[in-house]
Design a protein around this ligand. Structure first.
Ligand code: CA
Length: 224
């Protein structure tokens, strides 16, 4: 896996490099946006890890220019907690995912695997976890032989869970991704939707797929 890391904070860049190299990734680090963009457009990478605030070209400009040139290199944005607008703009510009600093290296690795799998077109239009299947083109969802009817929000929530089986999504992440807004800790919106999903997805099945991680969030089990 050839990875390009464009991040000017040397500490983070070296933490990412070490973590990815330990997994056998090949890593190029650029501390400058102009140089990073030049690398991204001239060498074949499997994925780019892109900071937003950079000397030279900033992260969002790099992303925009890549997409303008029809370069579909998978991009994971590194954003600060406060950069909500930048994060949303990044996703709109065609970022494949984002991580909020600080993050665990395991989480970055899981995201890299997820976006590169998607980019490789491996069952790109069909997500499957155990006997639960979601077709992203026809928007049909089935569990075993049975069809499941979902609302648009329920579909989006289930899609996010199914894109990273085994990874815990926090309520904050779910809120930002499915509803596009800041998490209000007093709302139980996410929990209500999870309950609805459970009813439709798990109630009639022997193996329950949707798991609650107490105090953290939700995840869909990788194995039934
Ligand atoms: Ca920075």
């Amino acid at each position: 896996m050839k990875t390009l890391v464009i991040e000017d904070e040397k500490k983070i860049a070296s933490f990412v490099r070490k973590g990815l190299e330990a997994q056998g990734f090949v890593v190029d680090v650029s501390l400058n946006g102009d140089e990073g963009f030049a690398l991204a457009t001239s060498r074949p990478y499997d994925v780019a890890i892109l900071d937003i605030m950079l000397p030279g070209k900033d992260g969002l400009s790099i992303l925009r220019n890549l997409r303008d040139r029809k370069i579909s290199l998978p991009v994971i944005l590194l954003t600060a907690r406060s950069e909500l607008n930048e994060r949303l703009e990044g996703l709109n510009l065609g970022a494949d995912d984002y991580l909020t600093k600080p993050f665990h290296i395991e989480e970055l690795i899981a995201r890299i695997h997820a976006v590169t799998r998607r980019a490789a077109g491996v069952s790109q239009s069909i997500l499957a976890v155990a006997d639960l299947k979601m077709n992203l083109l026809t928007r049909k969802v089935t569990r075993g032989e049975g069809a499941i009817e979902l609302t648009a929000r329920e579909f989006s929530l289930l899609e996010h869970l199914m894109r990273s089986p085994g990874r815990v999504l926090t309520r904050v992440e779910i809120c930002e991704r499915v509803w596009d807004y800041n998490f209000d800790p007093d709302t139980n919106l996410v929990d209500v939707y999870i309950q609805r999903l459970r009813k439709k997805v798990d109630d009639d099945a022997q193996h329950k797929l949707i798991e609650t991680i107490r105090g953290v969030g939700y995840c869909i089990k990788a194995d039934a």
